[in-house]
Design a protein around this ligand. Sequence first.
Ligand code: ATP
Ligand code: MG
Length: 754
Amino acid sequence: MQNLLHNLNPEQLAAVTLPSQSALILAGAGSGKTRVLTTRIAWLIQTGQISPAGVLAVTFTNKAAKEMMSRLSAMLPMNIRGMWIGTFHGLCNRLLRAHYRDAALPQSFQILDTQDQLSMIKRMLKALNIDDEKYPPRNLMYFINGAKDDGLRAQDIDAHDEYNRRFVELYDIYDQQCQREGVVDFAELLLRTYELLSRNQPLREHYQQRFRHILVDEFQDTNNLQYNWLKLLAGRDNAVFAVGDDDQSIYAFRGANVGNMAAFEREFSVQNLIKLEQNYRSHGYILDAANTLIANNAKRLGKNLRTDAGHGEPIRVYEATSDLQEANWIIEESKSLIAEGASRSEIAVLYRSNAQSRVIEHALFSAGIPYRVYGGQRFFERAEIKHAIAYLQLIDNPHNDSAFLRVVNFPARGIGARSLEGLQDVARQRRCSLHDAVAHVPGRPGTLLTNFVKLIDDVRAETALLSLPEMVQVMLDNSGLITHYRSEREGADRVENLEQLVAAASQFISEEGFGRGTPALQGPSAEAVAGQAIVNADGVEIVDADAPLTLVMSPLSAFLSHASLEAGDNQAQAGQDAMQLMTVHAAKGLEFDAVFITGLEEGLFPHENSDKAEGGVEEARRLMYVAITRARRRLYLSFSQTRMLHGQTRFNIKSRFFDELPEEALKWLSPKVQHHWFASQPRAAWADTPSKQPALASSTELGWRIGQTVLHQKFGEGVIVNIEGGGGNARASINFGPNGMKLLDLTIAKLEKV
Ligand code: ATP
Ligand code: MG
């Protein structure tokens, strides 16, 4: 026991060993909040105050949950697998799987990620003949998710005008459609669980009696529904231990409400509010920068950070002329860090927007430095993987219309848009799934569609007794996906990714504790759940969601949830010593020896929307605070005069945040040039169209222009659709038709004008 606690300072020790009452630990970055939370769990268990089954811990990402589990298993001499540690979404998924009937869901309900959700909304609007300019699908999606995050169903919303009334109506139709298809979106996972627990008293009491200790990390970013969910589960008697930092609240755009901290203090009668002010993460200059910057925010609960570490190295600042040069500078600096002995996985490159990663990835790739991107294009979001997953979803739940439409004609089976419209009409009339509507489609389209349904049914039957990886393999072969990508000119990577999916399935079942031979479709067995049954209000026996996933869902269902919920782990590269690339949002809670914060330009960081939204600049500043405080020893800041983003060249001035950092902590690597022609005219100087910009002069001097037809030795004939950069950096995006879109360096690529 002694060794559990001996590495803590007095405030941390006090927090870890608080009595069983609700408490709030309010503390800055790197002060040991997460460490305190994890140690408290271990301490509660080790002192016999609670069994592992009595703890519920909420983390912000799956990665954080995994890390917490591995720290706990190092601290405790027992098997902690099956403990309830996870994200709100992960925990809700688990509850809904166990109580699917009470939650009015099909057993194999599936989770829509944001991309699926948006395409479903588009489909719905189209089917209803609704003008998507007047009711943009994305706005409707934000509306629906926002309402759900506030715990509101369509009938709970009072719309004051015609336009909003329409949104509410569409929200309702959307929910019905999800119900028919047996799918739930991310916000629904939470709302459905909340409704389940508030309606079902025996179930609620069961879990309230069980989770005597609820611990929440990153509490500042909980939204209203999550807060109410916690309140419901805590009941009157349980202790909620919340840790957070108001200065790191960066998810307001997703409904996070930092006001929950004050509400928590009040509503949970918090007696114990502990502040931690000693920072154990960062060297002095880095911490000074963070403290000085965040002091510019008006609305703060107020706290500061100090460190015993020395100043350390100054923060290096670099001004690049282009995003390419910025990327090359990152490579050079990283190389010298690595030469000094830094391990690659301890170097992180952070950016405000995912779109920035492409140039950096390209430079890393050319330099032969392994890297790993979190967020952005995740493994499970790649097109070929989504296709494969759609087949698996149909095997698991044939009524998932999104999955059906994704692959009904992929690979091509001669089923055209017209046939599908006909099918959708039938489904609408009969109020049934596309799968069920197939039988009522006449003629040749009907035959082709029936063949497709049969293909799925056959794979399901053929693989019923096979293990999950075997099932994935059969699906890949029988669906024609592998053959399709093999025949594609550039399909080799995709075939490789598909093969990785089999590996991912193997890894998944061994990590989650499914027996290797367990059939993919086999749900929990009666014996397995015996002893875990509780009785619901109607006297029906239900399974406690206590058990590992193995007891509440089939390997296939579990794997599909994992694919939807897994935040950003690229299976293909796991385990390798690689540099880490991610957005600042994704870096929350993490730490690295060296951190690059890139793209520190007005309009990007802070983002141009920040000036528009109320409190937007303060939120951007908190984001910058999060970014700075990820670094232990070395911090690098960069910005670029020009940047190619979303097909436009932007001309930038450096971020206002530079003026808010202590000058003595910074070391400028490039001369501080003040007189760029554009520096005096910030917004107005931004490019609307690339063709107007002087940076293109050199490429146009070379004789290239947008719209020009060119011939490439390997890719054939193509059309220039965009030109970026200038001089030695000029690059063009060229559409080579069937050979796809390529980004080529105009000074290197051998192109002929046609
Ligand atoms: P963030 O706000 O970024 O989430 P945090 O407050 O959760 O940060 P931790 O990640 O728990 O901070 O801790 C930061 C680092 O300091 C970790 O490497 C942790 O192991 C270390 N640390 C925390 N407390 C101590 C201590 N008492 N002695 C030595 N190291 C400590
Ligand atoms: Mg933390």
